[in-house]
Design a protein around this ligand. Structure first.
Ligand code: BGC
Length: 389
């Protein structure tokens, strides 16, 4: 097969991401810290300048991170000016380097005082989060290029309210739905407010999209299970957003066969260190699915736990190949933000799951070491594409 150059659009955004609780360290006022103990995490709070130097060295023009709510508002209604100043310096440092910023306002962790009042089960949280979001937009809209209100509400609800593996460790499907609907209501209020204030920053949301299909396409019960999963995972979500987004952030990790009554089998060609199966073509299917929203789309996460860096190059190349195919077929895909820039804390898996383009030596002063796959990605970015296969 002849090699072909897979050329991305000139204005395509190329980036890497992290989230605050997973990378910063010392987020002691968060509910996730109470249970999962990131401790110093990757010490990104203190080492961000070094991390941004690496971003630059890798030619990346985009960075996604989150602002830690529990850091800024560790007590109800009291916004910590010192921490606001920290994020101002932090974002300014990216701006100075000409790097576009996607800032997420909520990436799973809640302040302890929010946990105390019942988290997102309590309708008051809708308004508390809106107040926090409005404050952040007021403070940082001159620096941030894209706002993401929420990261993966459905993943949060399934982990925290269906599987019971994340705070608040419940197994109550109905409560999970209520929580998602509260979060999305909050998103809508924030969206409306920001539009009224006439900030120019586009506002979106990051949604984990999985490519799913019925396990046996000749079995009507598998179709039923598939429709049920698709409804609660995707269609319910988008119906609640009601068009209030300027762009859609897609996080893609999985593809799966769905069987009756609730079988879920991942499909894929290779496996990550976490035994997640990897199916790059699934990215193409989920991107095609987004076409109906008629919005700019950014891949806000896509990455692999691969400590030894054995498959990350393959992972990046294959996913980008299918992303490119989607662009050719009319998907308005405007950027790719790899998860993650640096190794960070993966909830219950802790520091064992190594998603970073850059290795972090947790035992030795958090020394950063750029993995080979990062240079591979960087070359693609520099050349605007790559030869395939
Ligand atoms: C989350 C990240 C997480 C990644 C890998 C995504 O669903 O947004 O926080 O680290 O998956 O598990």
């Amino acid at each position: 097969m002849d090699k072909k150059f897979i050329q991305f659009p000139k204005d395509f955004l190329w980036g890497a991401s992290i989230s605050a609780w997973q990378a910063e360290g010392d987020n002691y006022n968060s509910d996730f810290e109470k249970y999962f103990k990131a401790g110093k995490a990757a010490n990104h709070y203190e080492m961000y300048e070094q991390d941004f130097d690496i971003l630059q060295k890798l030619n990346l023009n985009t960075f996604r991170t989150s602002i830690e709510w529990s850091r800024i508002e560790s007590e109800e209604g009291k916004f910590n000016e010192k921490e606001i100043e920290h994020y101002r310096k932090y974002f300014s440092s990216l701006k100075k380097r000409g790097i576009k910023i996607f800032a997420t306002l909520w990436h799973f962790s809640n302040p302890l005082w929010i946990e105390k009042i019942g988290g997102w089960e309590n309708p008051k949280t809708i308004f508390y989060f809106k107040r926090f979001a409005e404050k952040m937009c007021f403070e940082f809209s001159d620096l941030v290029d894209f706002w993401i209100t929420l990261n993966e509400p459905v993943v949060y609800a399934s982990q925290g309210y269906v599987l019971g593996e994340w705070p608040p460790f419940k197994k109550n499907f109905l409560l999970g739905i209520i929580v998602v609907s509260r979060m999305l209501y909050s998103h809508k209020l924030i969206y409306n407010h920001l539009k009224k204030c006439n900030y120019k920053v586009p506002i979106g949301i990051s949604k984990n999209l999985a490519y799913v299909r019925p396990k046996n396409k000749y079995n009507i019960l598998d179709w039923l299970a598939f429709y049920f999963a698709d409804y609660f995972y995707n269609r319910y979500f988008f119906s609640r957003i009601g068009g209030r987004m300027d762009f859609l952030g897609v996080n893609y990790y999985f593809s799966a066969d769905i069987g009756f009554p609730n079988k879920y089998e991942q499909i894929g060609e290779k496996e990550s260190d976490l035994s997640w199966k990897i199916h790059p073509k699934g990215l193409y299917y989920v991107l095609k699915y987004t076409k109906k929203f008629n919005l700019p789309v950014y891949i806000t996460e896509n990455g692999v736990a691969d400590k030894e860096d054995k498959i990350r190059e393959w992972y990046i190349k294959e996913h980008l190949f299918w992303a490119h195919r989607a662009i050719q077929e009319g998907v308005n895909l405007k950027g790719y933000i790899h998860w993650a820039l640096i190794d960070n804390i993966e909830f219950k898996e802790g520091s064992d799951a190594r998603f970073g383009l850059v290795e972090v030596d947790y035992e030795n002063n958090f020394i950063r070491k750029i993995r080979n796959s990062a240079y591979f990605y960087s070359k693609i970015v520099k050349e605007g594409g790559f030869y395939y296969p």
